[in-house]
Design a protein around this ligand. Structure first.
Ligand code: HEC
Length: 168
C-alpha cells in the first residue's frame, strides 16, 4: 500500500512538472507532437519538416531529392499532393524531366490536418509555383478516404487513387 502511495506521488510530481512545461508553451496541445499555434504557418512546417530534403529553396538535391519548385506534382492536382505528404512516395517518379527513384517517408502521423493543409498551400505558392490553396477540410476528407493505405504511394497507385477520387 505504501509503495502504491509513493508511486502515485511520483506520478503526481511528474504531472506537475509536465504541467509547468506545457504551461510555458504558447499553446498547449493534447498530443506529444509540438502544439500547433492558432494560425499554422506553412513556411514554418516546411522549414521544420520538408526542407532537410527538398532544401529551403525548394530546389531539392539533384542526386537524391526531387525539386518542389516548378514540379508538376506540386502545381497539379491538390489531392495527389496531399496523398504524397500523408503516406510518402516510393519508386520511380519523373519530376521536371528528371527521374528519381527513392523513398519519401510518410508525414500523416506527424502533421495535423491544419499543418498539412498549411504546408501544402505554402509549397504550392512558393518559388513561383501556381497551385491552388489546400483547405484543412480537404485534408481531413482525403485522410479519411485513404485510411486503409499504410505504405508509401507508388506513382501507379497514386494516379489510380486520384482518378477514383475525381470521379466521385
Ligand atoms: C527524408 C526526405 C524527405 C522529406 C523530409 C520530405 N520529402 Fe518529399 N520527397 C522525398 C523523396 C526522396 C521524394 C521522391 C520519392 C521517389 O523517388 O519515389 C519526394 C517526393 C515528393 C513530392 C513529389 C515529387 C516532387 O518533387 O514534386 C512532393 C510533392 C513532396 N515530396 C513534398 C514534400 C513535402 C511537402 C514535405 C514536407 C511535409 C516533404 N516532401 C518531405 C524526400 C523527402
Amino acid at each position: 500500500m505504501r509503495r502504491m502511495i509513493s508511486r502515485s506521488m511520483g506520478v503526481l510530481c511528474a504531472g506537475i512538472a509536465l504541467g509547468s512545461i506545457v504551461a510555458a508553451r504558447p499553446s498547449p496541445g493534447r498530443r506529444s507532437t509540438p502544439p500547433a499555434p492558432l494560425q499554422v504557418s506553412g513556411q514554418t512546417v516546411y522549414n521544420d519538416v520538408c526542407a532537410v530534403c527538398h532544401q529551403p529553396s525548394g530546389e531539392g538535391n539533384e542526386e537524391m531529392y526531387p525539386p518542389l519548385a516548378g514540379s508538376e506534382w506540386v502545381n497539379g492536382d491538390a489531392g495527389r499532393m496531399v496523398r504524397i505528404i500523408l503516406n510518402g512516395l516510393t519508386g520511380p517518379v519523373e519530376v521536371a524531366g528528371v527521374e528519381y527513384n527513392s523513398v519519401m517517408p510518410a508525414w500523416g502521423a506527424t502533421l495535423s490536418d491544419a499543418q498539412l493543409a498549411a504546408v501544402a498551400t505554402y509549397v504550392r505558392s512558393a518559388w513561383g509555383n501556381k497551385g491552388s490553396a489546400v483547405s484543412t477540410a480537404e485534408v481531413t476528407a482525403i485522410r479519411a478516404a485513404g485510411r486503409s493505405r499504410t505504405t508509401p504511394w507508388t506513382v501507379r497507385d497514386l494516379m489510380a487513387a486520384t482518378v477514383t477520387a475525381t470521379e466521385k
